[in-house]
Design a binder for this molecule. Structure first.
Ligand SMILES: [Zn+2]
Ligand SMILES: [Zn+2]
Length: 388
């Protein structure tokens, strides 16, 4: 810091000469310290998507470029979106870090389109509850990479499944998850990014099918501001009956007593192929599954569940993860949510879909090939058994 210069004090003569009003505030004795006081930081304005308006989106593909996800969301009539920041089913699914120029272009375009919040779903292979040390280390590293990429892309939320506990006790698994997240966050300043723990359907030894388990994890991570993402299909398969009006009220009161509604920033809205309490995770198109359209209308219009400023949580978002089997399935599900909400969504690009007929053909061929390879392998191994 430079030495403050001596400032001559103003005399009455100066004032007269300069025809200054002696009562003028500007004429108060000058404090040299003022020279070195930094401009106060302007209060950051909350992002537009926190204006209390309904936020609806769908999981969009980053295939080709991160920017493609933004354009898909826009064309499908979304005002929010979820993406993977790398391939979700491979450990090394592309670069661990995103090139600065790509990340900057993505942030700028998202700002232009006013899409928000931006939710990133973490890789499915990550198991923060893993007992086996190799898998646990790998999971922590991969989750740290997720954090770094999320921050680079300017994401608001990073959603992760709690993990599978194997033979471990539930309390042990919960402690492991909390510790894994804390290790991953070490040396990664989160900034505006919030980690969300998602509830599960309860397949196998998955942690998080009970709301109490999600509550315990986010309580253990309260110093990081961690919160929750609730999936309607997972809740239903785990035994929470969202399909009826009374069931929804009962579920809401259970959420209030455990996780807390103020901690539910993201809803994954998926219908369920699986019956109530079936404990299997199979998403279905809105209105075509066991939860049914009426129930989604109740969820989207519920004063406590939306983003409305009075009773909801500003910035809260409803995101689809429904299957895209036919071209247009994505657009139809987004339109269905807006329709059920009773509000008008953004304009849609006519007949746009992330799945084109050409892409569908390619995927079908690939699926057939994979199925054939699996059958051949099974036949070979059964022949071997018969011989042996
Ligand atoms: Zn989900
Ligand atoms: Zn699911």
């Amino acid at each position: 810091m430079p030495e403050p210069k001596t400032i001559p004090t103003t005399t009455t003569t100066d004032v007269e000469e300069l025809k200054l009003d002696p009562l003028d505030i500007r004429h108060e004795p000058f404090d040299p310290e003022d020279e070195y006081r930094p401009e106060p930081e302007p209060e950051p304005l909350p992002p537009v998507w926190m204006d209390g308006s309904l936020r609806i989106g769908i999981h969009t593909s980053i295939s080709g470029s991160y920017l493609n996800a933004l354009e898909s969301a826009r064309k499908l009539g979304c005002n929010a979106l979820q993406i993977f920041s790398a391939s979700p089913r491979m450990w090394a699914g592309g670069p661990a870090r995103i090139p600065d120029a790509d990340a900057a272009a993505f942030r700028a375009r998202r700002e232009e389109l006013g899409l928000g919040p931006l939710v990133i779903h973490a890789n499915y292979l990550i198991n923060l509850a893993a007992v086996q040390s190799m898998l646990r280390t790998r999971s922590i590293q991969a989750f740290q990479d997720e954090l770094v990429r999320s921050i680079a892309l300017g994401a608001d939320f990073l959603v992760v499944h709690p993990g599978a506990r194997g033979e471990a006790k539930m309390e042990t698994a919960i402690a492991t998850i909390i510790d894994s997240v804390k290790q991953a966050v070490r040396r990664v300043p989160l900034g505006n990014l919030r980690i969300l723990i998602e509830n599960t359907a309860g397949m196998g030894s998955a942690v998080g099918s009970r709301l109490e388990e999600i509550a315990a994890v986010i309580r253990g991570l309260s110093s990081l501001g961690a919160a929750a993402c609730l999936d309607t299909a997972h809740l239903f398969a785990a035994g929470y009956d969202l399909s009826s009006a009374s069931g929804l009220e009962a579920t809401i009161s259970q959420i209030e007593q455990t996780v807390g509604l103020e901690n539910v920033y993201v809803w994954h809205v998926n219908d369920s192929k699986i019956a109530l309490g079936g404990r299997v995770d199979r998403h279905e198109h809105i209105g075509h599954g066991k939860i049914k359209a009426d129930a989604f209308a109740r969820i989207l219009r519920h004063p406590k569940l939306g983003a409305s400023l009075a009773t909801g949580l500003p910035g809260r978002v409803f995101l689809l993860e429904t299957p895209i089997e036919e071209p247009g399935d994505d657009r139809k599900n987004v339109a269905k949510l807006w329709e059920l909400s009773g509000e008008e969504g953004p304009a849609v690009e006519k007949s746009y879909s992330m799945l084109t007929s050409a892409l569908k053909k390619k995927l079908t061929a690939h699926r057939k090939e994979t199925a054939k390879a699996v059958r051949d392998a099974a036949r070979k191994s059964s022949k071997k058994k018969k011989k042996g």
